[in-house]
Write a protein that binds this ligand. Structure first.
Ligand code: NOJ
Length: 721
């Protein structure tokens, strides 16, 4: 269908039909869904009746080719102009083949694999009838109390942006119109949802525009530069105005400054939430504010359905504002080919073959291994399969390792830690006893675990958080492991055997009681469907750990927010002339996090040498070449993430002590040395000045390279006019 067909469609639409396009309902509301289509209390409250449901524009959370085709067929038979529905779902880190949570994928620093995971998720969802995924979530976060850090890719704007791009490429492919195996992506949550005060979900966000542009906006922009089709608003207020009713954010910045002309959807219920936020007296005002701010689709509340018509009749909004929104939605439907092929990629036969196929499982296994981070290893790992192993801890057998955003992932399809270990260890060399549950334990269970471990050479502890302990509304003020698990570690440690802790969780934890007690610690995050296999591959050395932290692990929660790209202060603790007391420090804990951004161990060692700059000056017209030799000084082949940081020593605005500007993930055989080259250009030295101009300052810069944000070697150069 050409554009003029869309325009003529718009002309034929009644106002009610137009408003219907701006409404998104969950599957049970729709006819043709199993158990769907009955007019229930919540639907009446939303102003939805038999008639208006026929005009609905899009559906949330449907899955399965047959069901989606049914809903679409029923809808097309009843919709006067035959406008197909758009099916949108949260395909966050996999459809049925579940990949590690995004924070873990961030730790892989592997853009090809991140892209591949999104491609596979898209393929599975597309044959199952889905058109749009509410992903990527690119909210930068510095606060591990916030449950949704597991959905983010961490604390760094550059790494977040690179992954945002990889996800969009993976979901949408090169041409989402032609490639029926892909989905339209929706970047979220716009904006700065990852900075709630106190790490409490939905809470206040307040920050300077400079900070917003510097740290929080780049990843959304990167996703849009990569062609992301949609944007979702965030629940939070930003500097006093809820994002969902925030005109400067949506119209001025997103649409006018960035030129985004795709569909903007509210988050679930966020339009109506303008009332409790305190910027709208009632639903009518909420509808007015949201549509004026530029929100095209209202998700799951009925402010638009009930009030847009009245607002137009009163002249409070123009019908053109509604038309514009409708047009964008129709254009997306057209782009996805739905007018010609309303079922798009949905194919029940193909669905059977593609979803959870062996190839997808094997990609999930590879990515889960590459996303895990080895945090400590006192010569215990890798294990020898001839050792007697005792598997203890609440995650020994538990399949709750998919993460909170895996609504279609099934525990029965999941490889647990026990399943994984059985691939390497003979049954007569393996004893298993959980010892406690995730949040509580009894003396009896503890003794059973101690007894099971008595004969073992090595104890593997499967520890962590239940998936409901992170994710949306999954915030915690105490980010240690629950007491029952800390006690369990102490008890098994007293047996005097080697103890390996494997962590399944969704946030950087306070690891007191784990790092100090265990001989080795592997952060597996929520590793997904193939989690147990991937962890076993790492523990037995079939895969050499290569994950690096995308978010700092705090020393204790009292230090939060703690992040590597902080400012220096006027009284830095480590200055050569620092006084003993009057410096920026805590009296009781170090300033540094327990584990810094970029950190991760391997079964081999790497040595960095010969950091060389092509010149000690550069200008805006030429670039600087930086090289470093990296040698694998151990006995195993491995992958290293070579990280390049820059510091602007003196700017008009204070600059962070370091900023990640580039990285390379390289493979090194034992004894091998590679010379790794980077190019620094002037645009990497720019930042937002006091007047928000994005420029660089001539003067001195430091460039540092190393295996993590703390262990770096530094050289200096000067940017001249
Ligand atoms: C609320 C969440 O904040 C958002 O991320 C998600 O996409 C929507 N619900 C739809 O499920």
């Amino acid at each position: 269908m050409a554009d003029n067909h869309i325009a003529s469609l718009l002309e034929q639409m009644t106002l009610n039909e137009k408003i219907g396009q701006l409404v998104q309902l969950a599957t049970p509301f729709l006819k043709g869904a199993s158990d769907g289509g009955q007019i229930t209390g919540p639907m009446k409250n939303m102003g939805i009746d038999e008639e208006s449901i026929k005009d609905t524009g899009s559906v949330l959370g449907a899955s399965g080719a047959e069901e989606i085709m049914n809903i679409q067929n029923t809808h097309l038979a009843e919709n006067r102009l035959g406008i197909p529905l758009l099916f949108m779902s949260d395909i966050i880190h996999g459809y049925k083949t579940i990949f590690p949570v995004p924070l873990a994928i961030g730790c892989s620093w592997d853009m090809e694999l991140a892209e591949k995971s999104a491609e596979i998720a898209a393929n599975e969802a597309a044959v199952s009838g889905v058109h749009v995924t509410f992903s990527p979530m690119v909210d930068l976060s510095r606060d591990p109390r916030w449950g949704r850090v597991m959905e983010s890719t961490g604390e760094d704007p550059y790494l977040n942006s690179e992954i945002a791009r990889a996800y969009v490429r993976g979901f949408q492919g090169e041409d989402v119109t032609r490639d029926l195996g892909r989905l339209a992506a929706c970047v979220k949550h716009f904006a700065a949802y990852g900075a709630p005060e106190g790490g409490r979900d939905y809470n206040t966000v307040d920050m300077s525009e400079r900070q917003l542009r510097e740290m929080y906006l780049p990843a959304y922009k990167a996703a849009l530069d990569e062609g992301c089709e949609m944007v979702m608003t965030s629940f939070n207020i930003l500097n006093g105005v809820p994002a969902t009713g925030n005109k400067p954010l949506m119209r001025d910045l997103l649409r006018d400054e960035w030129g985004f002309d795709g569909v903007l959807i509210s988050d679930w219920g966020a339009v109506k939430e303008l009332i409790p936020h305190g910027v709208a007296e009632d639903e009518k005002e909420a509808a007015q504010k949201a549509i004026t701010a530029g929100v095209d689709i209202e998700m799951m509340t009925g402010c638009y359905t009930s009030h847009l018509q009245g607002l137009i009749e009163e002249g409070a909004i123009d019908e053109e504002t509604v038309d514009e929104a409708v047009l964008r939605i129709l254009q997306l439907k057209q782009k996805l080919g739905l007018f010609d092929n309303p079922h798009r990629g949905a194919d029940p036969a193909l669905e059977e073959q593609v979803v959870l196929c062996a190839e997808h499982r094997s990609a999930a296994r590879e990515l889960a291994a590459k996303s895990s981070v080895l945090l400590k290893n006192d010569r215990v790992l890798p294990l020898n399969p001839n050792q007697k192993v005792s598997l203890i801890g609440p995650f020994a057998r538990d399949a709750d390792i998919l993460g909170p955003w895996s609504w279609l992932g099934a525990e029965e399809d999941t490889v647990t830690l026990e399943d994984g270990l059985r691939q390497y260890v003979n049954p007569d060399r393996l004893t298993i006893a959980p010892g406690c549950s995730v949040e509580s334990g009894t003396e009896e269970d503890m003794q059973a675990a101690v007894h099971a471990a008595e004969e073992a050479d090595v104890i593997i502890l499967g520890l962590g958080e239940r998936s409901y302990m992170s994710g949306e509304a999954g915030c915690r003020a105490d980010i240690r492991l629950p007491d029952a698990q800390l006690k369990l570690i102490e008890r098994v440690k007293s047996l005097g055997k080697s103890v390996v802790a494997v962590l399944f969780n969704g946030r950087p934890l306070d690891l007191h009681g784990v790092l100090d007690e265990a001989d080795a610690v592997l952060e597996a995050w929520y590793p997904g469907t193939e989690g147990g296999s991937a962890v076993a591959d790492l523990l037995f050395g079939a895969v050499n750990p290569s994950g690096r932290l995308a978010m700092s692990f705090p020393y204790t929660v009292g230090q939060v927010p703690v992040y590597y790209n902080h400012f220096n202060t006027g009284r830095p603790k480590d200055a050569p002339d620092a006084q003993e007391r009057f410096v920026s420090q805590y009296l009781d804990i170090p300033n540094e996090p327990m584990l810094p951004f970029g950190f991760g161990l391997s079964y081999t060692t790497y040595e960095y040498s010969n950091l060389t700059l092509s010149s000690d000056t550069m200008t805006a017209w030429d670039s600087l070449h930086v090289s470093v030799n990296v040698t694998n000084t151990g006995e195993a082949a491995g992958e290293e993430v070579v990280q390049l940081y820059i510091r602007d020593v003196a700017g008009e605005i204070v600059r962070p002590v370091n900023e990640l500007k580039d990285f390379q993930k390289i493979v090194l055989e034992p004894g091998e040395t590679k010379t790794i080259a980077f190019t620094i250009t002037e645009d990497q030295l720019r930042y937002h000045h006091a007047n928000l101009d994005y420029t660089s300052d001539p003067g001195r810069f430091q460039v540092s390279i190393g295996p993590n944000s703390q262990n770096i070697t530094t050289r200096t150069f000067t940017l001249t006019d």
